[in-house]
Write a protein that binds this ligand. Structure first.
Ligand code: GDP
Ligand code: IMO
Ligand code: MG
Length: 416
């Protein structure tokens, strides 16, 4: 029986998972998403073309790989169908779990209304309806993709859901859908999606049994995990490697090599604690040089320095075997590069992630910068100070950086 290798974000998302999944997908037969929804935005640049994927696994650009959307995902049929329209070769290459949960337009309206009500306490969600869709799932009032195959029945259930929750929908001014319009909408989803809906649990078991190679693509990042992130400023799913098991129907013994993805610095989009955020010129420069604007919402990302404390936490939680260090080239030209090596918390220095990151202050160590790493494709060809920086990070987090990325392009990737 083969094992499935796993890619997982180690920071606050947008680490460059899409690039690495696409790069690695050349060696895999199947790529699977296991959590999140179209809050994710995974960018792939190849041969000068740029793709932004939200729900379709990043293996789609490899003409040989098949792609699976697992039961742990919340799926908006409208957005999924639109994303699918970029590709004309998906039948037989894309499979969607019948147990994935439906994310419908009213989930997005609830998300946006609740954020508005929170005012300055808002989470800064993507507004896509992720929290309300997972909320319905956990409250056991959600609807699953498999139900799309019976649109009449599903329409009746959704209408009943609106009736039952009328007081809430009224309070946030969300209108009950017109029954006939809803039915037509669901029939349209069924027409587009029926050929792709399968029992993906059986499918992933058969794939591993047959000896095919499978890669699991995480979304978001460890610090956005519902349990292990900076709650409540997190997303609503299990983003860490453990989520790959429940989100696909695998068991821990099915998991092989875990590659954690991290930028050579840190970013976060949305609200919540971010100890190594840089509010001065350096933060702005990182944002400009790294084009740090959200793939999904276009929002500017908050920028700062590599956080070795949060990274050690992430390496342990995910069982990381190797780290892919991304966007090294963005630090080109900085005279001084800082790394957060500890936190100051309640008048003490600590080297772990406490209950709440809100009140910690970063303790920095400085490293000399370098001029050019952009496009470099071998470790030896990197400037000496860049090599020293990478080696120092490896020591701090106790894990090898087996992949280093020096531009958005698939080919500009150092494998050590
Ligand atoms: P993901 O959500 O983890 O897949 O990451 P995103 O796609 O949201 O954000 C990463 C951004 O960085 C994308 O625009 C990538 O094209 C870009 N990128 C990835 N690797 C590198 C790199 O090594 N250097 C530079 N300059 N950009 C990169
Ligand atoms: P990828 O897969 C970065 C953030 C949002 C917000 C919080 C909750 O591209 O790395 P949600 O809409 O999920 O309820 O928002 O999570 N967030 C992400 N940040 N990358 C992502 O995905 C994200 N998905 C959600 O900005 O702070
Ligand atoms: Mg992203």
């Amino acid at each position: 029986m083969n094992r499935a290798d796993l890619i997982v974000g180690l920071q606050w998302g947008d680490e460059g998972k899409g690039k690495i999944v696409d790069h690695m997908a050349q060696k895999y037969d199947v790529v699977c998403r296991f959590a999140g929804g179209h809050n994710a935005g995974h960018t792939i640049v190849t041969d000068g073309n740029k793709y932004a994927l939200h729900l379709i696994p990043s293996g789609v650009l490899n003409p040989k790989a098949r792609n699976i959307v697992g039961n742990g995902v919340v799926l908006s049929p409208a957005d999924f169908i639109e994303e699918m329209s970029q590709f004309d070769y998906l039948e037989g290459r894309l499979f969607v779990s019948d147990k994935a949960h439906l994310l419908l337009p009213y989930h997005a309206l609830i998300d946006q209304a609740l954020e508005k009500l929170k005012g300055d306490k808002a989470i800064g969600t993507t507004g896509k309806g992720i929290g309300p869709a997972y909320g319905d799932k956990i409250a056991r009032v959600g609807h699953r993709i498999g139900e799309l195959l019976h649109p009449e029945k599903l329409t009746a259930k959704i209408m009943h859901h609106f009736e039952e929750n009328r007081a809430i929908f009224d309070a946030i001014e969300i209108k009950k859908p017109d029954e006939q319009t809803l039915l037509e909408e669901l029939k349209g989803y069924k027409r587009h999606l029926e050929p792709f809906i399968v029992d993906t649990t059986q499918l992933v078991w058969r794939i591993l049994q047959s000896g095919e190679r499978m890669l699991l693509e995480g979304a978001q990042g460890t610090m956005l995990d519902i349990d292990h992130g900076t709650y409540p400023f997190v997303t609503s799913s299990t983003t860490v490697s453990a989520g790959a098991c429940s989100g696909l129907g695998l068991n821990p013994k099915d998991i092989g090599k875990v590659t954690g993805i991290a930028k050579a610095y840190c970013t976060r989009v949305g609200n919540g604690p971010f100890p190594s955020e840089d509010f001065c010129e350096d933060g702005k420069l990182i944002r400009e040089k790294g084009h740090e604007f959200g793939t999904t919402t276009g929002r500017p990302r908050r920028c700062g320095w590599f956080d070795a404390v949060a990274m050690r936490h992430a390496v342990r939680i995910n069982g990381v075997d190797q780290v892919a260090l991304m966007k090294l080239d963005v630090l080109d030209g900085f005279e001084e590069i800082k790394v957060c090596v500890a936190y100051e918390f309640e008048d003490k220095q600590i080297d772990y992630v406490p209950y709440d990151l809100e009140d910690v202050k970063p303790v920095y160590q400085s490293f000399p910068g370098w001029q050019t790493s952009k496009g470099v494709r071998s470790f030896d060809a990197l400037p000496d100070t860049a090599k020293s920086y990478i080696e120092a990070l490896e020591k701090m987090i106790g894990t090898k950086m087996g992949i280093i990325s020096t531009s958005p392009d698939r080919e500009d990737t150092i494998i050590r």
